[in-house]
Write a protein that binds this ligand. Sequence first.
Ligand SMILES: Nc1nc2c(ncn2[C@@H]2O[C@H](COP(=O)(O)OP(=O)(O)OP(=O)(O)O)[C@@H](O)[C@H]2O)c(=O)[nH]1
Ligand SMILES: Nc1nc2c(ncn2[C@@H]2O[C@H](COP(=O)(O)OP(=O)(O)OP(=O)(O)O)[C@@H](O)[C@H]2O)c(=O)[nH]1
Ligand SMILES: [Mg+2]
Ligand SMILES: [Mg+2]
Lengths: 293, 282
Amino acid sequence: GLTERLQKAMEKLRRKPKVTEADLRETMREIRLALLEADVNFAVVKDFVKKVREQAAGAEVLKGLNPAQQIVKIVNVQLTELMGEEAVPLNKAAHIPTVIMMVGLQGAGKTTTAGKLALRLKNENHARPLFIAADVYRPAAITQLQQVAAQIDVPVFEKGTDEDPVEIVRQGMEVAKQNHNDYVIIDTAGRLQIDEQLMDELANIKELVHPDEILLVIDAMTGQNAVNTAQGFDDKLDITGVVLTKLDGDTRGGAAMSIRAVTGKPIKFVGEGEKMEDLDVFHPDRMASRILG
Amino acid sequence: LANFRHVDEDFFDDLEDMLIESDVGYDMAMKLSDELREEVKLENAKSKQEASNVIIEKMVDLYDAAGKDEKADLNMAATGPTVIMFVGVNGAGKTTTIGKMAALFKKQGKKVLLAAADTFRAGATEQLVVWAKRDGVDIVTGPENGDPAAVVFDAVQKAKKEDYDILFVDTAGRLQNKVNLMKELAKMKRILTREIPDAPHEVLLVLDATTGQNALNQAKLFKQSTDVTGIVLTKLDGTARGGIVLAIRNELHLPVKYVGLGEHVDDLQKFDASDFVYGLFK
Ligand SMILES: Nc1nc2c(ncn2[C@@H]2O[C@H](COP(=O)(O)OP(=O)(O)OP(=O)(O)O)[C@@H](O)[C@H]2O)c(=O)[nH]1
Ligand SMILES: Nc1nc2c(ncn2[C@@H]2O[C@H](COP(=O)(O)OP(=O)(O)OP(=O)(O)O)[C@@H](O)[C@H]2O)c(=O)[nH]1
Ligand SMILES: [Mg+2]
Ligand SMILES: [Mg+2]
């Protein structure tokens, strides 16, 4: 990871009377490699390294005051700051229900995360959430949501697959109103951010219900493409938060840094497994050290 | 020549960036950039267009050369049912790919059987059942949360007894670092081999094109536990380029056999190296 890389690069620096421009360049190169290896987007890496270099050059580094430790510290501080805040809470509506909309690419973990969020709301807020099954495309998507809901004893509003998703949401909100559900979680179909028709569908749902929370669900193992996905969904919908899933894998998760850099939106939760309990709030410092490796 | 030099430096920096942006990975991007620099010199390519053409050709050659004679096509059984097992991490597109492939083989007049061996995830069996109905093919299922190995066993028995030409085995998604889940997968493979000595004739790792460098570790560990024979690269209809398959090809010699280009039954194509390389630069 980065610490070892920098230690190696710094070993040479330590034996020198002072750090030269060339040494600094070499160190920045090591940082760049570590971040690219961790799947941080190459343009985000360029900006980040530029900032680190400015700080490192401005600091006492060039005067040879333990440059290795200083630079590692600068990188860590910069990265943790970039990752945002710890445990940013979900937005809450002034009047019930609070509406949460799950969006993202195919297979990212929206349906599973919807379940995890509902369970969390039940456990922590004694909430009475309602799911709206707005994925009419994926085979047995509604069945999947119903089975998830059954596991955690949460009702599902569904209208089968022959109804338009916007209409399903409209009717679902009526039911939520009647039943005084304090939270509504809308599960939408996975889609490409370049699919205009399907992105319009999401915009139409947004316009209809004005969600308090639009959560972009992203797979932690996403590579360079994370910026395109994040930008596409954010530009169209002005997302309110991000959930990073499958962090129980061994991926470094650089996509988290890319998404933060490009949208500035908070990562609110992380998925760490397939069970309904496997959801945690986001810890920026843990993410930073995971990315750096 | 001065003009060429200008194409040379900026051109190759842009090329490296483009390769990295396609998830080719830093080391592989540098390796390619060095080889391509040589090739462009050798071919005396003077314009950007000429250089691009040289590069695409060379990268296709490099892709082919990184192989070790693996079959580009699916490995079919000499006699009896051909068994194809699908493995990969959660959400990669295994179930959907089986749905597409089943239709493809049914069209060729083959008698196709599906094994719904994901007994764990909510709605997994139902999802494959919908595909089976759509494709007009038969399917073997098991009880929810039952032993997936039992579904595999039942399916192989049926495939042999009722003379199916091809058996597709769907498995639950799993992350490669989950040791017990990887062991479960290896056990399912052993059952196939025990019942049909050459089976599985193909173990396809389904890989999401949006995956970054972690895909290399995925390929390594799945190959270790189930001797993966090929890759299906899915979601190439999106903006991700799937460049990581070059490193996988280089280190593990695994060929990409098919690509997924969408969510409908016809959105599956045989892998074509030139199309793929061309796509890296789009
Ligand atoms: N290991 C692990 N698996 C997860 C996590 N979150 C979701 N999954 C799995 O990822 C796969 C995809 O999850 P889904 O919830 O179906 O994803 P989706 O975004 O709703 O998919 P589409 O509706 O098809 O776009 C399933 O196998 C889930 O069990 C996680 O945090 N860790
Ligand atoms: N755009 C696009 N979507 C795809 C492609 N292949 C699969 N999908 C979608 O990706 C999502 C996940 O596909 P699945 O077939 O459920 O993936 P899986 O690997 O079986 O998932 P698990 O069993 O949960 O591990 C679904 O929404 C599919 O429609 C593809 O080539 N392109
Ligand atoms: Mg879903
Ligand atoms: Mg599946």
